[in-house]
Design a protein around this ligand. Sequence first.
Ligand code: GLA
Length: 388
Amino acid sequence: MINQVKEKFTSLFHKEPIIILSPGRVNLIGEHTDYNDGFVLPAAIDKHVIVALAANGTDQCNIYASAFDELISFPVENERPARGWINYIMGVVFYLKQKGHPVKGFDAVLDSNLPVGAGLSSSAAVEGAAGYGLSRLFNLHIERKELAKIGQMSEHNFVGVMCGIMDQFANLLGKKDQLIRLDCRDLSYTYSPFHFPEYKIVLCNSMVHHSLASSEYNVRRQQCEEGVALIKKQFPEVKNLRDVTEEVLNRFKDSMDEKIYRRCHYVINENDRLLKGCVYLENNDLNGFGKMMYKTHDGLSKDYEVSCDELDFLVSLTKDREEVAGSRMMGGGFGGCTINIVKSDQLDSFSYFIKKKYEERYSKTPEIYVTSIEDGVKVANHESMSFR
Ligand code: GLA
């Protein structure tokens, strides 16, 4: 695929590009906690957005997206969002410039083996590819954390999704075979190995993507803020749901809208589950960890209401399977993938079973991806690259 992207680039722009490999992400546990100042446990994976790019000596940015067979150009000084996929790149160019980085015109070709709308953060992967690629191209030496923030701002203001920082962070700071335990309050993080040779992380793509995903996402965020605003009245030191215990929340049970209560209840418990989950992982207890994953799914489905029938069904299929340590919906929700921890020597029977049952019910074949944990964004074939 790298070669294809390179060939397309040279045929369109007649020069040698640099090639950026920008991964999608999984998240083991800690869902919808990032924008509540909580914890997450993501990792970059072996599915990528691939971008070829080179400076063009003009003030224009010309980007060709293979998926849409479309070439879009915009001036480097552009300040307004447009429509569709180009916003992920426009936003990054805008914020790089706004922060004073001397970005100039460039040509790019964009392709991907990361399914779009599957909850694997293809959008953060495009933002990361643009930010990191331009930083390399124009020798801007921008810190990866900074690039994650630029990606997030683009998503907020050019794309319109008020996302947390998890996806951009995992895309930029991922490390081979390591999970990132990220504290979204201050962006401090540690790496912890995911070393379970007998198991694989397997994603089951429901192949559905409900159109309300981004609007409902923003609504969840507002609902959490509403809960915090109410609690703050009595506990002014509370800045975010991170600061609220279940015991404190329960004092508001009668005065709070029932829905807002459930949203807050989920988030508070999810932070707790992540901390417990990390202890299970440290003790090499994958089954203990898996139980936390099922509880997370329950919370996302019932309290937070971001699941859907297809995802609930995929998770329920795994419950009595001895080869599955844990399963849950992953990412923003309303479609996309479930994440499953499955014994390596039983992947075939697992896939066969899931596909058969899902097809019977929905007349649709779920795609199943056996993933590995990989490095964050990097220049392809450039192993010695420094990790900035
Ligand atoms: C999306 C967002 C993330 C995060 C997850 C849910 O992927 O982009 O910031 O909130 O949903 O955990």
